[in-house]
Write a protein that binds this ligand. Sequence first.
Ligand SMILES: Nc1ncnc2c1ncn2[C@@H]1O[C@H](COP(=O)(O)OP(=O)(O)OP(=O)(O)O)[C@@H](O)[C@H]1O
Ligand SMILES: [Mg+2]
Length: 295
Amino acid sequence: MIVYSVVSTKGGVGKTTLNANLGALLADLGMRVLLIDADVQPSLSRYFPIGRTAPHGLTQMIKQGALTDDCISTIDLALAPIVPRGQPRLNPNGCLDLVVSDAPEGTLQDWLAPRMDSALRIKLALRSPLLAENYDVALIDTQGAVGHLQDAAVLAADVLLSPVSPDVLSAREFLDGTQKLLDRVETASAFGFSVPPMHAMIYRQENTRDAREIAKAIREEYRKLKCRVSVLDTVVPHAVAYKNAATAQLPVHWMDAGRAYDTMHALLWELIPSLGGHYAGGTSSDTQIEVADDV
Ligand SMILES: Nc1ncnc2c1ncn2[C@@H]1O[C@H](COP(=O)(O)OP(=O)(O)OP(=O)(O)O)[C@@H](O)[C@H]1O
Ligand SMILES: [Mg+2]
């Protein structure tokens, strides 16, 4: 069981898109995946069609400090409004469930603010046996801002993922914002809670010389800093397929069986080497695969 949080102090960088598509690809590889929408603007909750809507979601999970069945909705991709011809079916061994974001803006942050344990509320909830017994991977989506909910998502993760656009302003914001975000939760390490390692990824890279130069500069900056962030080799390009897939409420690897399919696999294999060589759609061996803690 492994928990990823997709974080960035900057909004609109692609966190939700990444979360949804990684989750769907993992499920299509036979993994049991729980998406957790910890963004008070509930984009991930609306990304894929919902099959069964649970009576509760994020608010109850955080307030009761436990993940229970009544917080888990199910995703049903067969209900997508735009069904491409020959639509594939999700790998029957996998599952894609969702804890919806159901708190009106500000209310959860307000509830968390005066609490001593605010930064640990998601971690606490994810200790529930229900998670370990029923899921292989949890993916937490966050808001592109600074706050208690974001801190809680950072400390709940085994690994942090952070998309960064290779344009000057985003890169600066990323370097500065990420450093501050990690510094803020660093105190927790003095109390035995480790700050998870972060993988940054060059995301939505335009096919221009300028974008490639900035991507190179970001990599060099991180090498120089030798800080807690490593930049993944896989680059997710700017491509209309990601927007089209969001409109169709389908995973991008279904919508674009060419480049996006390859990119998402390469990204996943780099993140989880034990999945290397396995393809959605069963083009690899049908052997059982497990998410090892080899990240
Ligand atoms: N690889 C891509 N190429 C082109 N467009 C993309 C790509 N990935 C995401 N997008 C588009 O970029 C926009 C922002 O993406 P997304 O909503 O995932 O960002 P976010 O970081 O979750 O934003 P927020 O901070 O508001 O939650 C969306 O319109 C999405 O469709
Ligand atoms: Mg988002």
